[in-house]
Every structure is written in structure tokens, then in C-alpha cells.
Design a protein around this ligand. Sequence first.
Ligand code: NPW
Ligand code: ADP
Ligand code: MG
Length: 284
Amino acid sequence: MKAPNYIDISEARKRHHAIPFDTHKRIQGHALLIGGSYGKIGAITLASRAALQTGCGLVTALVPKCGYEILQIANPEVMVLTDTNEKYLSEIAFSLVSNAIGIGPGLGQELATQKAFHEFLINTSKPLVVDADALNILAQNPTWLTLLPPESVLTPHPKELERLIGKWQSQEEKVAKTIDFAKHYQVIVVLKGAPTQIVFGNDFYENTSGNQALATAGSGDVLTGIITSLLAQSYAPIDASILGVYLHGLTANIALPKTGYQSFIASTIIKYLGKAFLALEKVE
Ligand SMILES: NC(=O)C1=CN([C@@H]2O[C@H](COP(=O)(O)OP(=O)(O)OC[C@H]3O[C@@H](n4cnc5c(N)ncnc54)[C@H](OP(=O)(O)O)[C@@H]3O)[C@@H](O)[C@H]2O)[C@@H](O)CC1
Ligand SMILES: Nc1ncnc2c1ncn2[C@@H]1O[C@H](COP(=O)(O)OP(=O)(O)O)[C@@H](O)[C@H]1O
Ligand SMILES: [Mg+2]
């Protein structure tokens, strides 16, 4: 297996853009997060809050009806669009024009949601961030993978990856199969884990930030929000993936002396994003 390109602070800095003093919220980009279902509105709440705190100017969440009050109360800065269905999304259609879309956290896999996702893919041309149940729906309907816009970012954990590419016998085989998959569908695959690896074309990266504090519910949902926010801020999809994964891990490195492994939760990632950006921007 060829050696990975390690993602460290200098690689992250190369990709990071400063925010111009005369920007405004519309220039900062509008991220749309789609997902949530009854009992899993938390996933999309975390993703949308993470998107805001990663610097995009506007964030909208599209959720089933049961998510409306939860989101408006939990995240007053986030705008909310709702489906007609109470418990899960049955239609993924909207007139809103956003700069980037992340889909999947807490989405569920109801048949109506699957059909809505299919329709949405047919009508979408900009790169997406695809996570969680959106990946599981693709694994159940592999012919839909060809509908993914080129350079979409897929963020599977190991089981979600297995559902997409099948089992592997070794780490080498996992990476080789993922490279074939990513090339075939012209997508970026963020293989979440310890460590997280990123595959794009023949390029293979490995993250160096983060620790086991991240092994907590919702930490992947937060990553979806971070990468979607960076895409909305006009980062190229591969740069959004590399920078997003590095910042996400860095929050755990910075927080650890204060939180320990145990009390670090997904909201802590969001809380420490500011410190992670400051560490990146620090002149040494
Ligand atoms: N607060 C909320 O609203 C939250 C909502 N969430 C939402 O829930 C939905 C389901 O997502 P999910 O990831 O929990 O379930 P699923 O896709 O079935 O995967 C679990 C299977 O994978 C396996 N597995 C192997 N390796 C693994 C690894 N490294 N990391 C994780 N799993 C690993 C594992 O095997 P095990 O080792 O447990 O035997 C098990 O068999 C999704 O929409 C998500 O967004 C969550 O984000 C939580 C917070
Ligand atoms: N032991 C660990 N060390 C470093 N990062 C980890 C560890 N465990 C989990 N993570 C990170 O936490 C995130 C978990 O994502 P995911 O499994 O999708 O969680 P969820 O679906 O609950 O949001 C990934 O970014 C993964 O790399
Ligand atoms: Mg997940």
C-alpha cells in the first residue's frame, strides 16, 4: 500500500482561507442540512449548529415536521424548512438556493424517504456531503450512486463503508477497494475512524489530529456540518474534507486537558471549533 499523505497542521494551514474584513453573511455562504427523523432530530441539530460555527453565514435545516420546534429552540440562528410528514422526510424538494448541501444525519431509511432522496439526486448537480442514512440508502440502491454529483464527499464510518463496498480482509484491501469505488463514482471518500483516512482519485490521506474522546454519539454528524459549511464557503471539496477532518480532530486535542475523554461530547466539538480555528491561524 502506498504511504498516505499525512494531514497535519501545515497541510491544514495550506488549505485554510482567512475571512475578508468586508465580507457579509451571504458572501460567507449558505449551507443546507437535510435529515432528521422522529427521535433523531438531534443529529441534524448538531450538524446545522456545527455548520454555523464553522463560519458559513447562513444555515437552513430541512427536517420532518416533528423537528420544527426542536431546531428553532435548540439553534435560533438556524432557519428551518419542514416536510409535510410528521416523523420522517417524504419529499426533498425546495426552492431555496444554497451554496452547499449535506444530507443524511438522522434521516432514517423509510421507503418514502428513499424515494424522496432518489428524486433529489436526479435534480442535484452541485457536490454534496453524504453521511449516515443517506449512505445506507445508497448501499441499498447501488444504481443511484451514479447520480451523485462529481466530487461529492461521502463520510462513512466502517460499517457504512462495508455496506457500500463489501467486506475487506486487511487495511490494504479496504483502502484499495475504496480507491476503486471513489474513482468509479468520481467521489471523495472520508473513511471515518481512528485515524480517519481520505481517498480522492489516486490520492490517499491520513489525519493526525483527534483522539478517542471523539468516540461519542453525534461526532460524525458534527463532521458533516463542518465539511458542508466549508463547501458553502467555496472551499474545493477535497480541501473542505481535509480541513474539516483536521479541525474536527483538533477540537478533541485542545479540549482534552479540560474535559478528559469521558465528558467530551459532540457539542464539545462545536464548542471548541473556535479554538481550533485560532490554533490554525496562530502566527508561529
Ligand atoms: N443524537 C442523534 O440524533 C444521533 C443520531 N444518529 C443517527 O443514527 C443513525 C444510525 O447511525 P449509527 O451509526 O448509530 O448506526 P448504524 O449505521 O447502524 O451503524 C452502527 C453499526 O455499525 C457498526 N460499526 C462498526 N464500526 C463502527 C464504528 N467505527 N463506528 C460506528 N459503528 C460502527 C456497529 O457495530 P458494533 O461495533 O456496534 O457491533 C453497528 O453494527 C444515523 O442516521 C445517525 O446519523 C447517530 O449519529 C447518533 C446520534
Ligand atoms: N477512537 C477514535 N479516535 C479518533 N476519532 C474517533 C474515534 N472514534 C470515533 N472517532 C471519530 O468520531 C466520528 C464518529 O462518526 P460516526 O460514527 O458517524 O458518529 P455518529 O453517527 O454518532 O455521529 C468520526 O469522525 C470518527 O473518526
Ligand atoms: Mg454517523
